[in-house]
Design a protein around this ligand. Structure first.
Ligand code: DX5
Ligand code: ZN
Length: 217
């Protein structure tokens, strides 16, 4: 079962509640929530209060992607705001194993993200305890960027690593995924698809349904 996780970063922030309800009703699996601190990535998005407000709009899983330095400082706050899955970047924390354990001990699922240039060796030893690995397919920080082609090989390498160990770890991909290239990442082995601009540009209801057709083929 493949899952679509629309990123609300590309939604109209003046009508975020409506945007979340639309993608929920259209069949999105997760709501992908991008938190940026202006340090780990160049941009600043939003934080806990916004997530807390959105929690009232839907029962869907909140997939909170923390693009922040030293995420341990805020894990409990994001859990309290309504996060179900918390993703941290391998590049943003000094003690990755401790961060993963802290997320899981709170009762959230733990995911680790790797930037395009970061080797999969950075998650090699913690893979068995992870729920999800997020392969960034753009340099994080902004929506609407172009998919980086060499990431396809990385998704395939991760799929082999997971299968070789007989794990059930999810592979999530994020950045530049459109209706035109989603098949490529599915074929490479991804099963959770994040998409921002390709969902919210135009008719989000229709776009989610089009994605779901391809994801459930
Ligand atoms: C990028 C974010 C993504 C972004 C995806 O830094 O993590 O989730 O919103 O947007 P698109 O699909 O437009 O690349
Ligand atoms: Zn994201």
């Amino acid at each position: 079962m493949n899952i679509l996780a629309p990123s609300i970063l590309s939604a109209d922030f003046a009508n975020l509640g409506d945007a979340v309800r639309t993608i929920d009703m259209a069949g999105a699996g997760y709501i992908h929530i991008d938190v940026m601190d202006g340090i780990f990535v160049p941009s600043i998005s939003f934080g806990m209060p916004v997530i807390k407000s959105l929690r009232k709009c839907t029962d869907k899983i909140f997939d909170v992607h923390l693009m922040i330095t030293d995420p341990d400082r805020y894990l409990a706050d994001f859990k309290e705001a309504g996060a179900d899955i918390i993703t941290v970047h391998a590049e943003a924390t000094s003690h990755l194993d401790r961060t993963i354990s802290a997320i899981q001990e709170m009762g959230c699922k733990a995911a680790v993200s790797v930037n395009p240039a970061t080797s999969l060796s950075s998650i090699e030893y913690v893979l068995d305890k992870l729920d999800t690995v997020l392969v960034m397919t753009v340099n994080p920080g902004f929506g609407g960027q172009k998919y980086i082609d060499y990431c396809t090989g990385k998704i395939k390498d991760l799929r082999h690593m997971i299968d070789r160990r007989g794990l059930k770890t999810d592979i999530q991909v994020d950045g530049g995924i459109t209706l035109d290239n989603v098949q490529t990442v599915l074929d490479a082995g991804a099963n959770i698809i994040v998409s921002g601009s390709a969902v919210f540009k135009g008719d989000a209801d229709k776009n989610v349904k089009e994605f779901m057709k391809l994801l459930n083929k």
